[in-house]
Design a binder for this molecule. Sequence first.
Ligand SMILES: [Zn+2]
Length: 84
Amino acid sequence: MFLLFGLSPKEQLLVSVAFVCHFCGRNVPQHVIKRSNRFSLFFIPLFSVSTRYFNECSNCGGVTNLTRDQATHAQDWAARHPQH
Ligand SMILES: [Zn+2]
């Protein structure tokens, strides 16, 4: 009898908002991404062990860590400012 368990990372694109990237200085879409590591047993995800939020520039790939509040705020902002 053995146990098969592991961690599986899952990335989810929460929203894209366009603003000036502080790495490359271009006004391009910035992807707000949620990444969670899920503990799984026999390939069945049981619970999330760690979740982090970050912002990734679609031009240069520069990554900025976000708090959960900042990520939520970005989603709220995008919902109130639809982009075409
Ligand atoms: Zn950039």
